[in-house]
Design a protein around this ligand. Structure first.
Ligand code: HEC
Ligand code: HEC
Ligand code: HEC
Ligand code: HEC
Ligand code: HEC
Length: 406
C-alpha cells in the first residue's frame, strides 16, 4: 500500500520534470521571435505572390549602430517596418506610420538610427516582453504612444515648428502657465526648490520612492502618478523631518499629465548622453531666426512678462492671487498673495524683498520648516526686470486707481 503511493508520486514528478524539460527545449528550438518571423514570411509571400518567401529560415535581424552605442533587434519581429506593401497588416508586421508627415520615413532611415532612439525599449532583446519592457534591470521600457514625442529633442534642437512635435509646444504653454520654473531648475536655469528637470529621465528608477505607487516601477509611471497627485506620491516623512511635497496638485486632466510627462522626457533627451551618443550629422540645429526685440506698451506689461518668465506664478499663483499651500507657514499656511503689497510696502521695499529673498516664519515653532521660501533673485533678474515686476505688483491692487502705480 505505502509502496504504491511512493511509486505514484515518483511517476507524477517524473512526468512533471519531463514536461518542464520539454517546454524548455521547445522554447529553445522554436523561440517566440521565430514564430513571429515565420508568420511574417507567410504574410509577405501572400502580399507579394512570391511563394518562395514563405519558407525562408527565421533569423535574428538587427540594426547595429556602434556610433550610437545601440543594437536594435526590433526588426526581427517588426520585419515589415520599411516595406510599404505591409501597410494593411496587423502589428507587429505593419509598415511604420509616417505620422501624416511627408518625408518622415526618408528623413529617419531606420537602418541608420534604429528604433530605440525614439521609442526606447531594450534593443538587444528578441523576446517581446524583454524588448518592450518593463523588465528588471532595464530602465527604459517602450514609451507609451503619447510620450514618444519626448525623444524628438534628442536630435532636434528646436521643436517649436517641428511637424509631429506639436504636443511639446502645447505642453510648454502649460509649463509657463503654471510657473514650474519658479521652483525647478531646467538646464541650470530656474530655482532649486524642486529637482533639476533635465535630470529626471536620466535617473534610474531606484532613485524614486515607489512606496505609494501601484503598477510599473518605471520613471515615466512615477512621474505620471506624481503629476496626478504630488502629495499622494511624496507625502514626506514628517517624523524624519522631511515635509510633504509643496508641489501644487493642479487637478490635471489625463491628457495634460501625458503632455507634461512627454515634456519632462524631452528635457532629458536634450542632454548629451555618454551612454547613447548622437553623432553630429544626426543633430538638427535650430533655424536661426532674427532676434526680435520685444517691446512692451508699458512697464506694467513688461513686469507681467517678467512675472511669467521666472515662474513667480508657481508660488504666488496667476496674477499673484495666491492659493499655493505652504505647510506650517505663518499667515494661513499659504504663500502670500501679492495683490495688496502696495498697501504694506514701498516700491523700494518690494524690490529689496525680490533681490534678497526671505524665509517665512513658522506658525508652529515646533513644526517642520515651511517647504517654500522666497528665493533671492539677485543675479537672475536684471535691475530693469526687478523694477518692472515691482511696478506690475503695484498695479495689481484693485483698490488703487491704476494711475497711482507710476
Ligand atoms: C518577439 C517579437 C518582438 C520584438 C523583438 C519587438 N516587438 Fe514590438 N511588438 C510585437 C508584437 C507581437 C506587437 C503587437 C502588439 C502586442 O502584441 O503587444 C508589437 C507591438 C509594438 C508596438 C505597438 C504598440 C502598441 O501600443 O500598439 C511598438 C511601438 C513596438 N512593438 C515597438 C517595438 C520596438 C521599438 C522594439 C525593439 C526595442 C520591439 N517592438 C521589439 C513583437 C515584438
Ligand atoms: C524618428 C523617430 C522614430 C523612429 C526612428 C522609429 N519610430 Fe516608430 N514611431 C515613432 C512615432 C512618433 C510613432 C507614432 C506614435 C503615435 O502614434 O503617437 C511611431 C509608431 C510606431 C509603431 C506603431 C504604433 C501604433 O500603435 O500604431 C510601431 C510598431 C513602431 N513605431 C515601431 C518602430 C520600429 C520597430 C522602429 C525601428 C525599426 C521604429 N518604430 C523607429 C517614431 C519613431
Ligand atoms: C536620431 C536623430 C533624430 C530623431 C530622434 C528625430 N529626428 Fe527628425 N530628423 C532628423 C534628421 C537628421 C532630419 C533631416 C534634417 C534635414 O534634412 O535638414 C530630420 C527631419 C525631420 C523632419 C522633416 C524636416 C523638418 O525639419 O521639417 C521632421 C518633420 C522630423 N524630423 C520630425 C521628427 C519627430 C516628430 C521626431 C520625434 C518623434 C524626430 N523627428 C526625431 C533626425 C532625428
Ligand atoms: C511650488 C513649487 C513647485 C512648483 C510650482 C512645481 N513643482 Fe515640481 N516639484 C517640487 C518639489 C519640491 C519636488 C520634489 C518633491 C516631490 O517629489 O514632489 C517636485 C518634483 C517634481 C518632479 C519629479 C522630479 C524628480 O526628478 O524627482 C517633476 C517631474 C516635477 N516636479 C515637475 C513639475 C512641473 C512640470 C511643474 C509645473 C507644471 C512643477 N513641477 C511645478 C516643487 C514644485
Ligand atoms: C519658490 C516659491 C516662490 C517663488 C518662485 C517666488 N516667491 Fe515670492 N514669496 C515666497 C514666499 C514663501 C514668500 C513669503 C516670505 C515671508 O513670509 O516673508 C514670498 C514673498 C514675496 C513678497 C513679499 C510679500 C509679502 O506680502 O510680504 C513679494 C513681493 C514676492 N514674494 C515677490 C515675488 C516675485 C516677483 C517672484 C518672481 C520673480 C516671486 N516672489 C517668486 C515664495 C516664492
Amino acid at each position: 500500500m505505502k509502496r504504491s503511493i511512493w511509486n505514484w508520486l515518483f511517476l507524477i514528478s517524473s512526468f512533471g520534470l519531463g514536461f518542464m524539460a520539454g517546454v524548455l527545449l521547445w522554447q529553445e528550438l522554436f523561440p517566440e521571435w521565430a514564430g513571429v518571423q515565420r508568420e511574417y514570411n507567410h504574410r509577405l509571400a501572400q502580399v507579394t505572390g512570391d511563394r518562395s518567401k514563405a519558407w525562408a529560415f527565421p533569423k535574428v535581424q538587427q540594426i547595429h549602430l556602434p556610433e550610437l552605442k545601440r543594437t536594435d533587434r526590433c526588426v526581427t519581429c517588426h520585419a515589415g517596418i520599411s516595406n510599404p506593401k505591409m501597410a494593411d497588416q496587423p502589428q507587429p508586421f505593419r509598415t511604420h506610420p509616417n505620422l501624416g508627415i511627408p518625408g518622415f520615413l526618408e528623413k529617419h532611415p531606420f537602418n541608420e538610427i534604429g528604433c530605440t532612439v525614439c521609442h526606447h525599449g531594450q534593443g538587444s532583446a528578441v523576446e517581446k516582453k524583454a524588448a518592450h519592457g518593463p523588465v528588471p534591470h532595464w530602465e527604459e521600457p517602450l514609451l507609451a504612444k503619447g510620450l514618444i514625442v519626448g525623444t524628438c529633442t534628442t536630435c532636434h534642437q528646436n521643436t517649436d515648428e517641428l511637424k509631429g512635435a506639436e504636443r511639446l509646444k502645447q505642453a510648454m504653454v502649460l509649463f509657463k502657465e503654471k510657473g514650474c520654473i519658479g521652483c525647478h531648475n531646467l538646464h541650470s536655469k530656474g530655482m532649486v526648490v524642486g529637482p533639476e528637470l533635465a535630470e529626471t529621465f536620466t535617473k534610474s528608477s531606484d532613485q524614486f520612492d515607489f512606496k505609494y505607487i501601484r503598477g510599473e516601477k518605471t520613471v515615466s509611471h512615477w512621474v505620471e502618478e506624481h503629476f496626478r497627485n504630488p502629495q499622494a506620491v511624496t507625502p514626506g516623512y514628517p517624523k524624519l523631518g522631511a515635509p510633504e511635497t509643496p508641489m501644487p496638485n493642479y487637478g490635471l486632466s489625463e491628457e495634460e499629465i501625458r503632455l507634461l510627462t512627454a515634456l519632462t522626457i524631452s528635457f532629458s533627451s536634450e542632454e548629451e548622453s555618454e551612454e547613447h551618443p548622437i553623432p553630429a550629422r544626426y543633430r538638427v540645429a535650430a533655424a536661426s531666426k532674427p532676434v526680435e526685440a520685444v517691446t512692451y506698451a508699458s512697464k506694467v506689461e513688461q513686469g507681467a512678462a517678467v512675472f511669467e518668465k521666472y515662474g513667480c506664478i508657481g508660488c504666488h499663483g496667476p496674477q499673484g492671487r495666491g492659493g499655493i499651500k505652504n505647510k506650517n507657514m505663518d499667515m494661513g499656511e499659504e504663500v502670500p498673495p501679492l495683490t495688496y503689497v502696495s498697501d504694506g510696502y514701498s516700491k523700494e521695499e518690494i524690490k529689496e524683498i525680490i533681490r534678497e529673498g526671505r524665509y517665512p516664519a513658522r506658525s508652529n515653532r515646533e513644526g517642520l520648516a515651511p517647504p517654500l521660501w522666497m528665493p533671492s533673485w539677485k543675479g537672475k533678474l536684471s535691475d530693469e526686470e526687478i523694477d518692472a515686476v515691482a511696478e506690475y505688483l503695484f498695479s495689481l491692487n484693485p483698490d488703487k486707481p491704476k494711475a497711482s502705480a507710476s
